[in-house]
Design a protein around this ligand. Sequence first.
Ligand code: ATP
Ligand code: MG
Length: 451
Amino acid sequence: MIKKFLKRVLRKPAKTRLVGNAQVIPFRQHGVAREQISYGALRVTDGLQAAGYQAYVVGGAVRDLLLERIPKDFDIATDATPEEVRRIFRRARIIGRRFRLVHVMFGEDVVEVSTFRRMIEAEDAETDEHGRLLRDNEFGDQEQDAARRDFTANALYYDPSSQEIYDFHGGYADTRNQLLRIIGDPAVRYREDPVRMLRAVRLSAKLGIKLDAGTAAPIGRMKSLLDNVPKARLLDEVLKMLLSGHSLECIQQLRKMNLHHGLLPLLDVMLEQPLGEKFIMLALRNTDERISQDKTVSPAFLFAALLWHEVLAAWNLRVRQGIRPVVAMHEAMDEVLGKQRAQLAIPHRQDAVMKEIWLMQQRFEQRSGQRPFRLLEQPRFRAAFDFLLLRCASGEVDDQLGLWWDEFQDAATERQIEMLQPDTGGEKKRRRRKPRKKSAPETVEPLPAVD
Ligand code: ATP
Ligand code: MG
């Protein structure tokens, strides 16, 4: 039976048909089956359609399925208003004030449902003085909804009942050709929303597809528009990049397009120092690996890594001026975080964690008396230790230090006591051991021992 069916299907050339301005691509051509859609998303589209509404899976999920990737989530677009959606599902709530969406819950699974929107005509649009759209929340029809989306690959509508894809902007062909192309005039679309320039970088890096030449061209001259985007939104986008599982490619691409200045202004400086560059690349690779293994990644750890060499430089400068090392470290941290905050709104609660990680780096140098035991009890010991390993791997500190802590943290108490180094602070010495040879590289001074 199945064989017969496949034969018939494979022999027949798949035809697309035109419905209004949409090219409708049949299952036979695209091959995305209903079973590939999440249970929750199917319940939502089936529920809405049974109630007489249109409902499609849209955006990143359709694109990812066509590229044979596992979608992060399944978003639904419908012509039902948020209130109408809420009435259909038992566990649904409307979120957002200006841009109202509905979250429909199925156990752990949350399906985001948005009503078709339209782009407001240029003359009626509410923009800031640089042309950035301030409002994008008028309801519209499916075609209008497609036109306001960013990339052609993100504007494909999949109907799980018919297994057809509705394509208004040639996104199907682009996706098949591994091309990310903006809808409409790139310059206009970037002016409306400069974050699209970053999305172009992130999505092409994450999906490993090419950015269309016309889509990439205006970015160089328009990047200053990013200065005008609310900082919280920039932070969101930068976090998406860093946590995309392809942070290395994203940062490399940002640098290539000279886009990183407005985001992580300190990144330039760091990347110019050979050790700084190595450290950041290792931190990013490490993050990408953790994400691919489904491990958690803390944004604070990442930002701490991105800013570390800047902190070191500011700290070194002060120590050379004769400021006490601990005081110098506090001043250095505040200076770097202050400068960074002018560009990217890293939340204060992350600051505290970053500072803890940084301050603990000094304490790793101390391996005598009670100090190592006290350090082990710190709640962020693990993060600080992982950070130390990155410093070792980048050549900033001797590998021996990382190895010592690696063994010490899991060793039996007897062995731990045996490992302690002679106390130079005047406490009673337990054992004499040869002092560790320091082999800090010439560009970075070793951190002093402080408690
Ligand atoms: P990801 O896999 O990272 O979630 P995504 O494309 O799904 O990628 P979302 O931020 O979840 O990204 O956005 C969902 C959809 O909303 C996009 O596919 C796109 O159609 C639309 N969209 C998001 N941001 C913009 C924007 N700045 N301008 C226009 N459309 C956008
Ligand atoms: Mg998405």
